[in-house]
Design a protein around this ligand. Structure first.
Ligand code: NAP
Length: 538
């Protein structure tokens, strides 16, 4: 029955950066019949859902783009160094319109399940609208940080005020004026939201479980001459970010932080601090992620910055990170974050010690035996990262296997793009690929192009299924772990380590390759050049 004609050649799930480009490539390059399902009512993915105050991109706008649309690279003008959520949404709407993508996207529709039929070699896909369609290929473009993590706080249903999760903020916004507001969480999202909310709220109380090493974003207008020069050099920029470690124009200092004099080190750190953005994190001394001693001298610099900014030494003490090495949790970029704790209307509660959240009450939050009253609670508590959105698809591969069972001890993938036992399923920026450790569009485009070439090759060679072999997958998983185990990353209770969700098996989720995204790209290309080594084609 392998010759049965499916409803679609490919079903793509999600219409963010990845789903849009996947649709464009399969439909306009290969001429396939494609259906995209998207739960939101328009395109955008992450940028559709994350509408919290202060939401903006942490990558510089000039590299947070669809590099596949060269004309648009020249035409589009970003208003600031880091675009806001509405601006990115406008950009993606524009992309969808320019390429007439919406006609193949069914909005307001969530994929609720899918089974691989071993008789027909087709995926049968179900949606919450009661549809059932078949497709040769199933492509998950569901994002890495899209499954909301709302901790199971006792009593939330009793709260008489309003509560929101940052990843599901109302479209019309929330007016915090004259309100008593709580923010739970101090990750990259909260670090953006807290200074904005503090400007409006009568009283803002921040419940912090883990303090973070933040560095300044230094947002602002970009010098038109710089923009002009970048536009003239886009081919060069695209080549460099594709070959780079993190999909950005940042490069480690090829020295140890310990081999240089204190003066030289301070000068280098000052330069990165003053430049703002990810330079401090991703263009620092090369041993920062490996050597505790090197990491410590850099962390010390950041601790001094916090003490110099926060007026009350007791508050500064609470804001100084403890228990994890610098850079092992995602770098939050801030605009007046530490300064916000100098405001009279802002209170910081240490939610690990005397302020541990016990329950949500009718009036607010009981923490450390004390009840705090609020009109609004904002949960900035993050995501069930990387594996969460894929598990939520309820897919059944060969023999009815599920990701829940296959991944009971953490993800098992081959190259982060394929899972053994799930033929013709591709996961864009899936677990154990560089994805979240890179500037996302760079990794997204690499996967989309690799998947497109793979499907094209299958058609040309008359193959109907491709799946990772269990052996290749085991080797990849071992390789991912071997590399990360050489670094300090595994020591942190980060979402990278799956440690933010109680009961989630502790495992490093992305892939930190020895040569970053550039090396990973080479590896994927080699696999293809060797006839899709590690895959079984039939
Ligand atoms: P996050 O980094 O996971 O932070 C969640 C926060 O909530 C943490 O402070 C966490 O504390 C706290 N938390 C979780 N459960 C809690 C509980 N039961 N009680 C008290 N506190 C609790 O999530 P996020 O800030 O949403 O960021 C997730 C990722 O999204 C980022 O790392 C980044 O990759 C991405 N992001 C990107 C941008 C951008 O580029 N524009 C902006 C924002 C976010 P612990 O640290 O102790 O777990």
């Amino acid at each position: 029955m392998a010759g049965t004609t499916p409803d679609f050649d490919a079903v793509v799930i999600g219409a963010g950066f990845s789903g849009l480009y996947m649709l464009k490539s399969l439909r306009d390059k290969l001429g396939l019949r494609v259906r995209v399902y998207e739960a939101g009512d328009t395109v955008g993915g992450t940028w559709y859902w994350n509408r919290y105050p202060g939401a903006r991109c942490d990558s510089d706008a000039y590299i947070y783009v669809c590099t596949w649309d060269k004309q648009l690279l020249q035409e589009w003008e970003w208003s600031e160094r880091y675009p806001t959520q509405p601006e990115i949404l406008r950009y993606l709407e524009h992309v969808a319109k320019r390429h007439d993508l919406k006609r193949d996207i069914q909005f307001g529709t969530r994929v609720t399940g899918g089974e691989f039929d071993e008789g027909t070699n087709l995926w049968k896909v179900h949606t919450d609208k009661g549809e059932e369609v078949t497709a040769r290929f199933l492509i998950a473009a569901v994002g890495t940080l899209s499954a909301t993590n709302l901790p199971q706080f006792k009593g939330l249903e009793k709260f008489k005020g309003k509560w929101y999760h940052t990843s599901r903020f109302p479209k019309e916004g929330v007016d915090f004026t004259a309100k008593r507001v709580a923010v739970v969480g101090t990750g990259a999202t909260a670090v953006q939201a807290i200074p904005e909310i503090a400007q409006q709220a009568k009283q803002l109380t921040v419940f912090q479980r883990t303090a973070n090493y933040c560095v300044p974003a230094r947002n602002g207008k970009v010098d038109p001459e710089v923009t002009k020069a970048r536009k003239a050099d886009y081919d060069g920029i695209v080549k460099r970010i594709r070959e780079s470690f993190f999909g950005q124009e940042h490069y480690f200092i090829p020295k140890s932080a310990l081999e240089v004099s204190r003066e030289e080190r301070e000068r280098e750190l000052d330069k990165r601090w003053d430049a703002g953005g990810f330079a401090f994190w991703l263009a620092n001394y090369q041993d920062m992620f490996f050597s505790k001693e090197a990491n410590e001298v850099i962390a010390d610099y950041l601790r001094r910055k916090i003490r110099a900014t926060v007026k009350d030494p007791k508050v500064a003490d609470k804001l100084i990170p403890q228990g994890h090495y610098y850079g092992t949790k995602r770098q939050p970029l801030d605009t007046n974050y530490f300064e916000t704790f100098n405001k009279d209307n802002v209170l910081l509660v240490d939610a690990t010690a005397d302020g541990k959240i016990e329950e949500i009450t009718e009036k607010g939050i009981r923490a450390g035996g004390k009840e705090y009253e609020f009109d609004i609670i904002v949960f900035a508590t993050g995501f069930d990262a990387m594996t969460g959105p894929l598990k939520a698809l309820n897919l059944k591969g060969r023999g009815g296997r599920t990701l829940d069972k296959e991944w009971v001890d953490g993800p098992h993938t081959y190259l982060g793009v394929s899972v053994a036992g799930f033929p013709n399923l591709f996961t864009i920026t899936g677990p154990q690929s560089p994805s979240v450790l890179s500037n996302m569009p760079v990794s997204i485009e690499q996967h989309v192009e690799w998947i497109t070439d793979c499907i094209d090759n299958m058609r040309k060679t008359g193959k109907t299924t491709i799946e990772a072999t269990p052996q290749a997958q085991d080797q990849w998983v071992a390789h991912v772990n071997e590399i990360v185990n050489m670094t300090l990353m595994t020591s942190a209770n980060s979402w990278y380590m799956s440690a933010n969700i109680p009961g989630k098996p502790r495992a490093f989720l992305p892939y930190l390759g020895p040569e970053g995204v550039g090396g990973y790209r080479k590896k994927c290309d080699e696999v293809a050049a060797k006839g899709y080594e590690g895959f079984q084609l039939a």
